[in-house]
Design a protein around this ligand. Structure first.
Ligand code: PRT
Ligand code: ZN
Length: 210
């Protein structure tokens, strides 16, 4: 029997819930903070702990058979993977936000404006669909400070409570995408009996919760 590999986030917002759902499936494994790989002792499965950004590609390329990651990261990386199951945690919305004092009303007013983001692929697609051509500035973090410093006219980022926008003098302008953590699979694992078994266990954990 081939040992499957599942990639989950090493540390960050999805780590704890990813570990929890696997434990609730009855999987026994050590969760050492220092190790990058952990062997499940009662199921043919190894757990790889990775940066979330790397997970879709690892699953697409078959380095991992399965993965748990935010939908936003899957779409942004354009990875070709199967969406097996939404997991109900890590929920957020990707939004365009502008300065709280802005009087902007229509998307077309973003034409020619600079928008700072860490998610250029998702933003570009949305703007193109809406016939808007902005200057997308890709930066790796702290996009919220852009408008206040005059670096950008707007931002496109993940929002959950809205607290970060507010404390940076910004307000949401347009919702672009909803996201939550999902279980993804390599295209070749469909129908694999161990994957089906794991999927069934995950689904019963989820339905016991709801
Ligand atoms: O180290 P690694 O690369 O693995 O992690 P990371 O720092 O890239 O990601 P991490 O752990 O911050 O987020 C992982 C995933 O959690 C994201 O890809 C989303 O799918 C999901 N998620 C859910 C969030 C949030 N909620 C969230 N609030 N990701 C980020 N945020 C940030 C957001 O970027 C902004 O800075 O929280 C801030 C906004 O939060 P509020 O509550 O103030 O609105
Ligand atoms: Zn990341």
């Amino acid at each position: 029997m081939k040992t499957l590999k599942i990639a989950i986030q090493k540390s960050g917002r999805l780590n704890e819930k990813s570990v929890e759902i696997l434990k609730n499936c009855g999987l026994a494994f050590e969760n050492y903070k220092s190790s990058l790989i952990s062997t499940v002792t009662n199921f043919p499965l190894e757990i790889l702990f990775l940066r979330d950004d790397d997970i879709p590609e690892y699953v697409q390329d078959g380095i991992a058979d399965l993965g748990i990651v935010g939908e936003n990261v899957i779409v942004e990386t354009k990875a070709e993977v199967d969406y097996l199951q939404k997991l109900g945690f890590g929920k957020c919305t990707l939004k365009i936000a502008v300065q709280a004092t802005s009087t902007i009303q229509n998307l077309s007013e973003l034409n020619g404006k600079a928008i700072a983001t860490s998610y250029p692929v998702i933003l570009e697609k949305f703007l193109t669909e809406n016939g808007v051509k902005s200057d997308i500035r890709t930066i790796s973090g702290s996009v919220e400070i852009g408008p206040g410093l005059g670096l950008s006219d707007a931002i496109f980022d993940i929002v959950s409570t809205g607290g970060t926008l507010k404390s940076n003098g910004l307000k949401p302008f347009a919702d672009v995408m909803q996201s939550e953590a999902v279980l993804i699979g390599n295209k070749s694992v469909a129908g694999n009996p161990e994957v089906e078994e794991l999927l069934q266990r995950i689904r019963s954990v989820l339905s016991a919760k709801s």
